[in-house]
Design a protein around this ligand. Structure first.
Ligand code: MN
Ligand code: MN
Length: 315
C-alpha cells in the first residue's frame, strides 16, 4: 500500500512566476527521462524481483517511492512557477481579459507571450502541470524498460539515472532563480546517488556479464571490426583486453576479407581467448540451472500470497 505524506522530501521554493521555465521543467515531470518514468520503471521492475531477489525488490521499491516524491517536487515547482495563471483563468466575469494579471499592460503582454510558449498551460491545464514533456507530447509507457532480469534492468536503470542527471544539468542554464536552482541541485544529486545504488546492486549478482544467462560465442566475442576506411581510431575498445570478458581484442582491418575467407564467419574458430565452445555451453547449462532454480525455489506454485503481514520486527 501507499500512503501520502503532505510534506515534500525537499523544501521546493520559487522566487517568482516563470511560465517559460515551467514549460522546460515539464521535461522532468512527464518526459522520457523524467521522474514519472523513473518511478514507473523501478516500480514495474520490482515485481519480478519480489521472490528471487527480495533485497533488490526492497531497493527498487524504495527508489521508485523516492522518484514519486521527486515527481511531486517537480509538479509543485511547476505549479508555483505558473502562479497567477489559474486564478486569472477562473475570472470569467472580468471583461478586461487578463489585463490585471500581475498588473499593467506590459505585464499582460508578457504574460500572454509566456503562456503561448506552452498554450496548454493557458487553455488546457489553466496554469498547472500536465503529464507531457516540454514539447507537449503525452507521457508514454514505452519510455519504460523492464525485462525481468536484474542483470539487464539494473543496467537500464544506471543509464536512466545518467540521462535524468544530464537533463537537470541542462535545466540549470535556463533559470536564475536561486530557490529553483537549489531544488534542481537536490534532484540532480539524488540521480547521482541512485546511479551508484543500482551499480552496487548489480555487483551483488555474480556473474552479471553477459547480461542474462547465455554466454557469448567465443568465436565472435573478441573481434573488433574496422567498418570504415581512414582515420581509424585505436583504443581500449579494440586494443588490449576487453573490459568484462578480459579477452585480448583481435582487430580486423579488412572485414570483407575475413567474412569471405571464413564462409561468412561460420568456419571461424575461437582465437586468443581461454573460453572454448564447450566451456561456454557448459556455463550456459550451469547458469540456466542456477538462475532458474533460484526463481523456482523462491516462488510457490499454488496458494500464492504476496505479503506475510508479520508483526513489525524491531531490529
Ligand atoms: Mn529522481
Ligand atoms: Mn533517480
Amino acid at each position: 500500500m501507499f500512503y501520502h505524506v503532505k510534506e515534500l522530501q525537499f523544501n521546493a521554493r520559487v522566487s517568482k512566476p516563470d511560465p517559460r521555465f515551467a514549460r522546460l521543467m515539464l521535461e522532468q515531470f512527464g518526459g522520457a527521462n523524467g521522474e514519472l518514468a523513473a518511478a514507473m520503471q523501478y516500480f514495474v521492475q520490482a515485481f519480478s524481483c519480489h521472490d528471487p531477489y527480495p533485497e533488490i525488490y526492497d531497493m527498487l521499491m524504495d527508489i521508485a517511492a523516492e522518484e514519486l516524491g521527486h515527481l511531486e517536487i517537480v509538479g509543485a515547482t511547476i505549479q508555483m512557477l505558473l502562479t497567477g495563471i489559474n486564478g486569472e483563468m477562473k475570472d470569467m466575469a472580468d471583461n478586461a481579459e487578463i489585463n490585471q494579471m500581475m498588473g499593467g499592460k506590459a505585464a499582460k503582454e508578457d504574460f500572454i507571450h509566456q503562456t503561448t510558449i506552452n498554450p496548454q498551460f493557458g487553455v488546457i491545464s489553466a496554469g498547472s502541470p500536465i503529464l507531457s514533456d516540454s514539447y507537449g507530447n503525452p507521457w508514454c509507457a514505452s519510455y519504460i524498460s523492464a525485462n525481468a532480469d536484474p542483470t539487464v534492468d539494473l543496467r537500464s536503470n544506471i543509464a536512466s539515472e545518467a540521462r535524468a542527471k544530464i537533463v537537470y544539468e541542462y535545466l540549470f542554464k535556463f533559470t536564475d532563480d536561486p530557490y529553483v536552482k537549489e531544488t534542481l541541485s537536490f534532484l540532480m544529486t539524488r540521480e547521482v546517488t541512485h546511479y551508484q545504488q543500482f551499480e552496487a546492486a548489480l555487483e551483488t549478482i555474480k556473474p552479471n556479464f553477459p547480461p542474462g544467462i547465455l554466454q557469448a560465442d567465443p568465436r565472435y566475442s573478441n573481434r573488433a571490426y574496422n567498418m570504415s576506411k581512414g582515420n581509424d581510431a585505436r583504443g581500449p575498445w579494440n586494443k588490449g583486453e576487453s573490459t568484462q570478458l578480459k579477452e585480448p581484442w583481435i582487430y580486423i582491418e579488412d572485414v570483407q576479407k575475413e567474412v569471405i575467407s571464413t564462409n561468412g564467419l561460420a568456419d571461424l574458430k575461437p582465437e586468443k581467448t581461454s573460453m572454448t565452445m564447450d566451456e561456454a555451453a557448459e556455463m550456459n547449462q550451469k547458469l540456466s540451472k542456477e538462475r532458474s532454480q533460484k526463481v523456482k525455489k523462491a516462488t510457490k506454485e499454488k496458494d500464492m500470497q504476496w505479503s506475510m503481514f508479520d508483526k513489525p520486527k524491531h531490529k
